[in-house]
Each structure stands twice: as structure tokens, then as C-alpha cells.
Write a protein that binds this ligand. Structure first.
Ligand code: ASP
Length: 446
């Protein structure tokens, strides 16, 4: 996953080699599970005696474990994946440094755009509260379903650490112990944040080591590719997993959970649209001195390709061509900005991850303090840099951010059924953002 290198070859949510594409299979899994659960919930409603008991038994012992299998496969590689992605990402910044001013401007705009996108996400979720549609009883049921984790979460939220300790804990005394405990929240210090800090310092040291560190960069890069392959295997099981989980949820919570999910999708899309036309629109007008309307018209085929493929990497060739022929950017600027951006500038992804994590926290009734929301924001900005530009690239990161703020990581399964649609939308924002930055940097260089 070298930042300015060739696109990774292994999408985690790859199309199925034969037959129906995987995202359709997942959607079908979602629908089948939800409909079957709704019907079962109607036939054996609460208080229906033995029938209800049998339904609950089935949902706890058959439907849910199916969902757990593929999630566990993902969690299995989440720590090495994040470590490799961040370390290699920082080590790849050497390429940017070589490009001097163009690199610096690209980096600055990437950071600013990412932060704005996450601020939009946090603002919107706090305003709309998409996850608040469930009653306290339903939230309690959900917490029981996701077992100890969510229970611990509410407890942990009540007794959060003083800020000084929380900040110090980001620097791990013993990174290996942090890694061991990060997934089940039993690490002695900052957990996942500490692992990420270690990866960033490690990447910076690799960068400083220059050619001597190069073999290790190659090894970490290979490690990243291998982890993505494992996630690809896991995602093959997603249709059955999503069906099982949706069945268990709708059998007990009925239509409410679907309603909540629909509000979540609309909130995420509204945030993405706001960032795309608001933030990019203003940047284009002020910094790139261009008409946003003409810009978006010029890149319409790029947006369509991003929407259809849900992959920044797959859209890169179309984006490179449009930058030169439609937007008339100088290739020495646009080639660099777009190649780096395909992996490192993913505002849509950062925004989506922010919305998702806060949404799931609301669904589970886990209160997030302002500091925790800031942690989510920082992690989402980092995730925007580490996420591969392939379909579903952000799913492992969501699990990590959830874990950090004590929301059960498994709950990411709740949104998997609707992820493809949101992936198409966020990838369109990601790629448009790369082009918007390219236009701004090009103008600044003239
Ligand atoms: N599909 C996104 C992209 O390629 C990454 C993600 O958010 O999953 O840009």
C-alpha cells in the first residue's frame, strides 16, 4: 500500500468470481434475513410462550453465530493490517517530501479537507441523532446481545480517565501488550490509539532510515496485501453473516431497527453531499478560481466511474485523463496529487466512518463525551489516510474506531447490508476531492 505506488490488487469486497457480484449477495442476505426475522417476530411475538422461546434460542444459537464467523475473520487481521498500513503510509511520505512545495500543499489540503469532513460528520450525527430511534429497552436488549462488550462500554463511559492520563496512554510503554489487548479492550494503556501511535512513529523512523529501511517497508507492504486477502476471504461469508444478524435483530426489534438504519443512510448521504458541494465548492471557487459547476460537469465521467466501481484505485486512470483533458491541469501536478490521493485523501471515507461510529454508539446507548468524539475524529482522519482505495476498504477501520470508544466492534455488521450504496457515494466524494485538491494545487503553482 505504498502511498504513491501502484494500486493494491486485492479488494476486500471483491466481486465474486462467478455469478452474482458479492455486494448484491450481501444485499440479498440483508433482505432475506430482515424479512424472515420480521415474519418470525410477528408469528411469535413477545409473550408467545414456547414459540417465542424457541425463536430466541434459534436467533442466539444459530443466526448470530453465523454472523460472528465472518466478523472474527476480519478482527483476526485488524491489528497487523492497521500497523502495516499506517507504517507504510508514513514511510511513503518520503515521495511527497521529494516533491517539495507541491507535496506540502497536497498534504496540507488533504489534512484540512479531512478534518472538515469529520467535523461535518460529527455535527450532523449530533444534530439528526439517527441512532436514537430505539427505546431504552431495545437498547438494553442490543447490549445483552452483543454481550459483555456493550455493558462494559456504558460502565467505561461513566468512569472515563482524566484527560492527562488518556493523552499519556497514547504513547505505549509496551506496544506488544497494547496490541494483544486492543481488540477486546484489555490493554493496559491507550489500546488501539497506542498501536496507531506506535505505527506512526515506526513509519517515521523507516522514512528517516532511508534506503536501509526499504526492505522492511517492502515486507510491511506485503503484510498489508496479505491482510487484505484475508479480509477478502472473510467478506465471501458476509451474505450469510448479514442474513443471520439481520434475522436476529428484526425478529426481536421489528421494523424499528430498519427505520433507524434508513435514517442512518440518509444522514450519511446528506453529509457526503454537503462536503462534496459545500467544502469542495468553496475551495474550488476561492483557491482554484474555478466555477464549481463547470468543475463537476468536467469530471462527471470520473464521478460515475467512482460511483459504479466503489474504488478510488479503479477510478484513477479515468481521473488522470479527466484532469488533463477536461480540467486542463498540468500533468506534473495532477499525476502526483491524484496518485497520492487515491490512497491518502479519502474525505468521503473519513466522513462516513465518523457518521457510522457515532451512529452505532447512539444505537447501543453508549454516551460519547466530547473528548471521545474528538478521538473518533482523529482516528477517522488517520483512517482516511490508511484506507485502501478499494470497495469496502474502510470496514476494518470502523471496527477499530468502535473498539476504541467501547462500542462493540461486531456491531459494524449492522451497517454491512447498506454499505455498498454508501461505498459508492463516499468513493465519488473521495475521488472528486482528489481532483479538487489537484485543481487548487495547480492554481497555486501557476
Ligand atoms: N471504497 C472506498 C474507495 O475506494 C474506500 C472505502 O471507504 O471503503 O475510495
Amino acid at each position: 500500500m505504498t502511498i504513491a505506488g501502484p494500486p493494491p490488487q486485492s479488494p476486500p469486497v471483491a466481486a465474486h468470481p462467478r455469478g452474482l457480484a458479492l455486494h448484491w449477495q450481501i444485499l440479498i442476505g440483508l433482505l432475506c434475513g430482515a424479512v424472515a426475522g420480521l415474519i418470525a417476530g410477528q408469528v411469535w411475538p413477545a409473550g408467545a410462550g414456547d414459540g417465542r422461546q424457541r425463536l430466541l434460542w434459534f436467533s442466539a444459537n444459530v443466526a448470530q453465530p453465523v454472523g460472528q464467523i465472518f466478523l472474527r475473520l476480519i478482527f483476526m487481521v485488524v491489528i497487523p493490517l492497521v500497523f502495516c498500513a499506517l507504517a507504510v503510509g508514513v514511510a511513503g511520505l518520503g515521495e511527497i517530501r521529494k516533491l517539495g512545495r507541491v507535496g506540502g500543499r497536497t498534504l496540507l489540503l488533504t489534512a484540512v479537507f479531512s478534518m472538515i469532513s469529520v467535523i461535518i460528520a460529527i455535527g450532523l450525527v449530533n444534530l439528526v441523532k439517527p441512532g436514537r430511534g430505539l427505546s431504552e429497552q431495545q437498547q438494553a436488549d442490543l447490549r445483552t446481545r452483543f454481550a459483555s462488550e456493550a455493558g462494559k462500554a456504558v460502565e467505561a463511559a461513566k468512569q472515563s480517565k482524566p484527560l492527562r492520563d488518556a493523552l499519556l496512554d497514547i504513547i505505549p510503554r509496551n506496544p506488544l501488550r497494547e496490541m494483544v489487548g486492543a481488540i477486546d479492550n484489555s490493554s493496559p494503556g491507550g489500546g488501539m490509539l497506542a498501536v496507531m501511535f506506535f505505527a506512526l512513529v515506526f513509519g517515521a523512523a523507516l522514512l528517516a532510515a532511508g534506503p536501509k529501511g526499504a526492505p522492511l517497508v517492502a515486507v510491511l507492504d506485503a503484510g498489508f496485501e496479505v491482510c487484505m486477502k484475508v479480509i477478502g476471504f472473510a467478506m465471501r461469508l458476509a451474505p450469510a453473516g448479514v442474513a443471520g444478524l439481520m434475522f436476529a435483530l428484526t425478529a426481536e426489534l421489528g421494523l424499528d431497527i430498519l427505520r433507524v438504519l434508513a435514517v442512518f443512510v440518509l444522514t450519511a448521504i446528506a453529509g457526503l453531499a454537503l462536503h462534496m458541494f459545500g467544502t469542495y465548492g468553496v475551495a474550488l471557487r476561492w483557491f482554484a478560481k474555478r466555477s464549481p459547476l463547470e468543475f463537476f460537469r468536467g469530471i462527471s465521467d470520473v464521478m460515475l466511474t467512482a460511483f459504479a466501481t466503489a474504488s478510488s484505485n479503479a477510478t484513477l486512470p479515468t481521473a488522470l485523463r479527466a484532469a488533463e483533458t477536461r480540467l486542463r491541469l498540468r500533468p506534473q501536478v495532477s499525476n502526483f496529487v491524484l496518485t497520492v490521493g487515491a490512497t491518502a485523501n479519502q474525505n468521503g471515507t473519513a466522513l462516513f466512518e465518523g457518521v457510522t461510529v457515532l451512529f452505532l454508539a447512539q444505537v447501543f446507548g453508549v454516551p460519547l463525551s466530547l473528548e471521545q468524539q474528538l478521538v473518533v475524529a482523529a482516528m477517522c482522519v488517520l483512517a482516511g489516510i490508511g484506507t485502501a482505495g478499494v470497495p469496502g476498504g474502510s470496514i476494518p477501520y470502523i471496527a477499530i474506531v468502535l473498539q476504541t470508544v467501547h462500542v462493540p466492534a461486531e456491531s459494524v455488521a449492522l451497517i454491512l447490508g447498506v454499505d455498498r450504496l454508501l461505498d459508492m457515494c463516499r468513493t465519488t466524494v473521495n475521488v472528486s476531492g482528489d481532483l479538487a485538491i489537484a485543481a487548487c494545487v495547480d492554481q497555486a503553482e501557476r
